[in-house]
Design a protein around this ligand. Structure first.
Ligand code: URA
Length: 268
């Protein structure tokens, strides 16, 4: 196949802008790879059947040929072996089963108080979080701070993490495989923090952690239970990034915040 890369500067700038707008803002190799050709010989052009999240999680190891690499511990084994949040963080730093770690600048593990009774869980870090290394520090995070302040809370009284701790290129949604690869780690993080209340920020966090199939508009604002860690009271609400785009829906988020405030007042 002829190389489609344009050669003059203006056409090249337009070509790069098109890729950037599509979310492709990280170069992983010097030269492009034609995956259609590469995939045929490796059999990768055939569609994969969907597998349950647990199977994906256990398969979330680099798929090198057995002769080239000894099978290492699975994500579940690594996460389960962590006895503290520091150990879990170290396990994630060493984990090679999620390709996002190679395009992200750094791991975005946590913020807030480790002993907090309320744990807020978002989807994945964005550009600001990737630069600074803490969850929810960009515009959405500033709105989150204002939302917390509205019910008398701040980051000293909550613990914040994401389902996926590395930024997906171009802030795209993590794929089901990426999410499944990271699931044992966020599950262990929840166990180690031991919150009394989990707040899922956005539909993707609610789907992965609470198993809700409804869209976030239907799923939000109802008391639920996170099934891991012995069962934890949970609530899904709108993601602050969504509220920045749809400010009229802040009134719905405010209802959810009032539920949290009432739970705090009642001792959770
Ligand atoms: N959105 C998220 O879901 N998490 C962050 O940390 C930032 C933005």
């Amino acid at each position: 196949m002829a190389d489609p890369t344009p050669s003059n500067a203006a056409a090249l700038a337009e070509y790069l802008a098109w890729h950037r707008d599509a979310g492709l803002d990280v170069a992983t190799q010097e030269a492009p790879v034609d995956r259609f050709v590469a995939g045929e010989s490796a059999g990768a052009s055939r569609p994969r059947l969907a597998r349950p999240a647990s199977a994906e999680a256990d398969a979330a190891r680099p798929s090198s040929p057995p002769a080239a690499r000894e099978a290492g511990p699975s994500a579940s084994e690594l996460a389960g072996a962590a006895r503290s949040l520091d150990e879990l963080r170290a396990a994630l730093e060493a984990f090679e089963g999620c390709a996002l770690r190679s395009t992200a600048s750094r791991l975005v593990f946590e913020d807030g108080a480790r002993e907090a009774a309320i744990m807020l869980i978002g989807e994945a870090p964005g550009g600001d979080e990737d630069r600074i290394g803490r969850p929810f520090v960009g515009r959405a995070g500033q709105l989150l701070d204002r939302m917390l302040k509205g019910i008398g809370l701040d980051r000293s009284r909550v613990y914040i993490a994401n389902v996926v701790p590395w930024r997906p290129p171009g802030n795209r949604t993590p794929t089901p495989q990426e999410t499944a690869a990271c699931l044992p780690f966020i599950a262990r993080q929840i166990e180690l923090v031991g919150p009394k209340l989990i707040v899922c920020l956005g539909g993707s966090s609610a789907r992965v952690l609470l198993g809700v199939e409804d869209g976030i508009m239907r799923a939000r604002g109802k008391w639920r239970s996170y099934p891991g860690a012995g069962g934890v009271k949970a609530l899904a609400t709108l993601h602050p990034a969504y509220l920045l785009r749809q400010p009229a829906h802040k009134r719905l988020a405010w209802r959810d915040l009032r539920m949290i405030r009432a739970a705090v007042a009642a001792g959770l």
